[in-house]
Design a protein around this ligand. Structure first.
Ligand code: XIL
Length: 379
């Protein structure tokens, strides 16, 4: 019997399947811990920001974390004007295409970032430009880039960080960027219209930091109302969410709560687009004067105490409880980075996986918020 080739082949396959099952069973617990994307699957997308700068960018553990924890992905740098469109007639598609392809293969929703920004934009956009020429370059940039990914990308950060940091609550307080100087305050409306022209269905975001509180929040409301009155097709407000553990007090949570309500009142959706909670030092979000190299990351913050990790977990849990409360308008929460080594704030341990890809207490805390809410709903 055993030399019946068909049977022995079946036996071989059965043995192999058994061995595979056993080895899965015996494999140590996943480094990735409980899954955020599973816990929030009926609530909103959970995203990460990264780039595939080379074929071997991520190790196996990191790939496993990406696939088990996240169902949305923003390119951290590769779709920014400077990276994707360094000269008027040159485009770098390799990294953006790789990312979108990876997303397609792994059922991850890709998000585009970002089209018009004062930073990481090469000077050629503005050289010798009149308003008309600058608008023509903006239009070509947006039609080509958004057009390239039409139907493949779920949303675009169309305008990034157009509002100044300190200013009165009574004006839009627009940043004096080259777009603003050369085109004027309607560069935003134009950018949104070009993006809509390039993709009739994609979500279009206004994205900024610190817009959830203080005068900058008031300015953001004035700006968004004006954009809507000019028929700019903005559909989502992106609150970046570069915050700190120490700053996440009751007042701050209340401000975020109110800001989400206010944006909802304008008929807009909300996404948390660049979440991180630094453990030491300040939050903020602006590109600092010193610059942050997009190259190899620093090694991850030094030793941190269990108490500090617990405070970070508590702060994240409070935030996610708030996001959950606003699930009717929040469609995505994206972390800015993958782990504490792959973060623009690597020195401040802001994410939920540490520099060695181990889950921090914040991961379980975030997952438990969704689980507890689910149990409550079922009772
Ligand atoms: C940051 C990246 O994380 C860095 O790698 C890069 O050197 C600078 O930009 N707000 C944004 C993001 O909208 O694009 C910024 O990303 C972080 C602040």
């Amino acid at each position: 019997m055993t030399n019946n080739p068909d049977l022995s082949r079946r036996a071989f396959l059965a043995a192999a399947a058994g061995a595979a099952a056993l080895s899965t069973f015996e494999r140590p617990a996943l480094a990735a811990g409980p899954s955020m994307k599973d816990a929030y699957k009926d609530v909103f997308l959970i995203g990460t920001a990264l780039d595939f700068r080379s074929a071997s960018e991520f190790n196996e553990t990191e790939l496993e974390i990406i696939k088990t924890q996240f169902n949305a992905m923003t390119p951290e740098n590769s779709m920014k004007p400077q990276s994707v469109h360094p000269q008027e007639n040159s485009w770098n598609w390799t990294q953006p295409d790789t990312l979108v392809h990876f997303c397609e293969e792994n059922k991850i929703t890709p998000i585009g970032h970002c089209l018009a920004w004062h930073s990481q934009t090469n000077p050629w956009f503005f050289q010798g430009a009149t308003r008309e020429l600058a608008l023509e370059r903006l239009k070509n940039h947006i039609l080509t880039l958004v057009g390239h990914f039409r139907g493949k990308i779920a949303g675009w950060d169309v305008v990034n960080e157009a509002i100044n940091d300190n200013g009165p609550a009574t004006t839009e307080n627009l940043r004096n960027s080259q777009w603003f100087q050369i085109v004027g305050p309607d560069f935003l409306t134009q950018a949104f219209k070009f993006a809509r022209e390039a993709d009739p269905r994609v979500a279009l975001h206004y994205n900024d930091y610190n817009i959830e509180s203080g005068n900058k929040h008031q300015s953001s409301l004035l700006l968004l109302k004006r954009l809507l009155s000019e028929n700019a097709p903005v559909t989502v407000v992106g609150i970046q969410g570069h915050w700190s553990v120490s700053g996440m007090n009751a007042q701050k949570l209340e401000q975020i709560d109110q800001a989400i309500e206010n944006y909802k009142g304008l008929g807009l959706k909300v996404a948390i687009t660049e979440l991180d909670l630094t453990m030491t030092g300040a939050g903020g979000g602006q590109l600092g004067a010193g610059g942050f190299g997009g190259g190899p990351r620093r090694g991850g913050g030094g030793t941190v105490t269990p108490e500090a990790l617990q405070s970070q977990a508590d702060a994240y849990a409070k935030l996610f409880a708030l996001f959950l409360k606003h699930r009717d308008v929040i469609n995505r929460v994206t972390f800015w980075g993958l782990n504490d080594r792959r973060s623009w704030r690597a020195g401040q341990n802001p994410l939920v996986f540490d520099g060695q890809n181990q889950p921090k207490p914040a991961l379980e805390a975030i997952v438990n918020v969704a689980k507890n809410a689910n149990q409550k709903a079922q009772r």
